[in-house]
Design a protein around this ligand. Structure first.
Ligand code: HEM
Length: 411
């Protein structure tokens, strides 16, 4: 760090203190300075406002997502502290390289592709609700918000949806445990095993093409050359990581909110426009992904702070999402908020490619719950993550409701 007298603020996105009161921490930080320096994890900058998060997110030449050594500088990717994982694609490259990878991925996330997915998401959702409907009890996390996004992501990639428990457990462990703890180490080992098995799938798709992302990637080329197995595996790894626990957190937070505020349920169930704006507000308010890091590539100024070449910076989507300069009543849920230009899917060229999938899952799952267990009440045993620095999610969210009958059908 090259700055003199930086505005120091005690911020650690992985700490239990942050998990307990993220909005209060971000508010205090924002009131001090638009960009602060924290000594946590060997030191990094943090954006505290919408404008600075937006400016940095849109400037990948200065705020790089890359990993590895480039132009004489060590880049450490998009997470703090850096993970000993493979080089994740496309999340750990910058434009123009990024554009080529996004182009080969786009067909799997197009409006047509998402429309084709809907019957499967509905089938997964119905099946999950069928498993619990007669009992009158559900854990929203274990029984619904985890399996549906995990099965959907596996289906997109081309892996068996029934393998969802293995994937969900690994990614749940990765994001909910702090790096360096046994739970996190176990998750890293499980993900490494998944990554290795993906290479067998790549070989299979090169020989036997199917209708899935794996096949699409094995058949794609960039600048006239096919993607290597390593590149395909790195894209699959990011897609699995991006799709599995994030939408889980969004759904669990929504069911928690609707548990506390049942007065919104009828309108959400009946009015699609209201359901859609409620989804955007849940994304803004809870910010399922709190932030991602960048490496500063040259000495620069952000919000009056002198950032040095090689510094790390955390783009704090969550702080941006509660900035009063951008949102009226930022710390309140306003289900029909409009406009709602939240940063929950990121800002700039890496903006989430899976956003349409997440929104589709949200609509289907929330509608199904409000139709089949409309009177649910939250039950004891709720357990929130004590580390929300990556994903702001829940371990458990139990509820009770008037029992009903399964409608049948396979997952
Ligand atoms: C509520 C759900 C979700 C949230 C909050 C979320 C959030 C994000 C954010 C903030 C980024 C930007 C990363 C950056 O700027 O460095 C991102 C990228 C990404 N997301 Fe999502 N995501 C969600 C769902 C999904 C789903 C369902 C998928 C796939 C099935 C997915 C796949 C990806 C991928 C592949 C990227 C990397 C894009 C790139 O680097 O260009 N995400 N996501």
């Amino acid at each position: 760090m090259t700055a003199t007298d930086p505005p120091v603020f005690e911020f650690d996105h992985l700490s239990p203190q942050y998990a307990a009161e993220p909005m209060a921490v971000n508010r205090a930080m924002r009131e001090q300075c638009p960009v602060v320096w924290t000594e946590a994890h060997s030191g990094f900058w943090v954006t505290a406002t919408y404008a600075e998060t937006f400016a940095a997110g849109r400037d990948p030449a200065t705020y790089s997502s890359k990993k590895g050594r480039h132009a004489g500088l060590d880049h450490t990717g998009v997470v703090i502290p850096a993970l000993p994982s493979m080089h994740l694609l496309p999340v750990e490259v910058d434009p123009p390289e990024l554009r080529a990878y996004r182009k080969v991925m786009n067909p799997a996330f197009s409006p047509q592709a998402v429309a084709r997915l809907l019957p499967d998401v509905e089938r997964f959702t119905t099946w999950c609700v069928d498993q619990v409907i007669a009992s009158g009890a559900i854990d929203f996390v274990d029984d619904l918000a985890t399996p549906v996004p995990a099965m959907t992501t596996l289906l997109i990639v081309g892996l068996p949806p029934e393998d969802w428990p293995q994937h969900a457990k690994a990614f749940h462990g990765l994001v909910s445990h702090v790096p360096g703890t046994p739970g996190h180490d176990e998750a890293i080992t499980a993900i490494a095993a998944i990554d290795r098995s993906v290479f067998d799938e790549i070989a299979d798709r090169r020989a036997h093409p199917r209708d899935d992302l794996l096949t699409m990637l094995t058949q794609a080329d960039i600048d006239g050359r096919p993607l290597t197995d390593e590149e395909v595996a790195a894209i699959v790894a990011t897609t699995l990581g991006g799709g599995v626990d994030t939408t889980t957190a969004l759904l669990a937070n929504a069911f928690s909110y609707l548990g506390e505020h049942p007065e919104h349920r009828d309108r959400i169930a009946e009015d699609d426009a209201y359901l859609n704006s409620f989804c955007e507000e849940m994304l803004r308010y809870y910010s399922p992904v709190q932030g991602f890091a960048r490496t500063v590539t040259e000495d620069t100024d952000l919000g009056g702070c002198p950032l040095g070449r090689g510094d790390r910076i955390f783009l704090n989507w969550s702080a941006a999402n509660h900035d009063p300069a951008e949102f009226a009543r930022p710390e309140e849920v306003v289900p029909d908020r409009s406009p709602n230009r939240h940063a929950a899917f990121g800002i700039g060229p890496h903006r989430c490619i899976g956003a349409p999938v997440a929104r589709a899952e949200f609509g289907i799952v929330v509608r199904e719950v409000l139709r089949r267990m409309p009177d649910y009440t939250l039950a004891p045993g709720a357990e929130h993550y004590t580390n929300i620095g990556t994903v702001n999610g829940w371990h458990h969210l139990p509820a009770r409701f008037t029992p009903g009958s399964p409608v049948g059908g396979a997952a």
